[in-house]
Design a protein around this ligand. Sequence first.
Ligand code: ADP
Ligand code: MG
Length: 209
Amino acid sequence: MKVWTEKKAEDFLSKEVPVAKSVLLKVPGTSQALKFRFPCVLKIISQQAVHKSDIGGVKMVHGKEEMESAFKELEGIAKRKKIKTDGILVQEFVSGRELAIGISRDPVFGHVIMFGLGGKYIETIHDVVFRVCPITENDADSMIEDMKYKKLLYGVRGEKAVNIHEIKKILVRVSKIPGKYPKMKELDINPLIANDREAKVADARIVWE
Ligand code: ADP
Ligand code: MG
């Protein structure tokens, strides 16, 4: 079994769907990171930190000084927790609704795709739907229709609706990935961040057979 952490999984996915721009910095120093527009997000990338935010390993940064202190903080966390890191990821900030898309392998149905609300409330709210891969745009439509809190996508209290068409396109594309890569055991995109213009993968993990 092989596990791909965020950067590797996102580079792979970027051939199929939109992914938030990022660079993995392997040596300390902020010069490359400063090419990013603010706000941006810094993350500890490590095989030993599956849930980065649980260890304080995700930081939003609004300016140069904050960038430097966030770098130091993240390096400190890695040291204290004795985590071996692959580096620190600097990622474009994407604003919007947090969604989740997953692929898993069912013993009866084969690869199935999951879609639902994402982010840190995913376990609490647990509004998810499943279909067998691959799916069509009509299936993607019905997945969204089956969501309990689909209103959150259409916008509440004057919010703009997210780009539903784009989300459907992404669902269809993700559902076709296991057909090309049958050894994919699990894919976990959480979050996919969607707003009225775009939707981008902002965290991903892949488990291979
Ligand atoms: P993990 O799931 O390993 O804890 P994530 O990379 O999913 O870490 O980040 C945790 C949370 O931080 C996300 O659910 C989201 O709220 C926020 N976040 C992460 N990356 C971005 C980004 N590029 N833009 C905006 N928010 C982000
Ligand atoms: Mg995540």
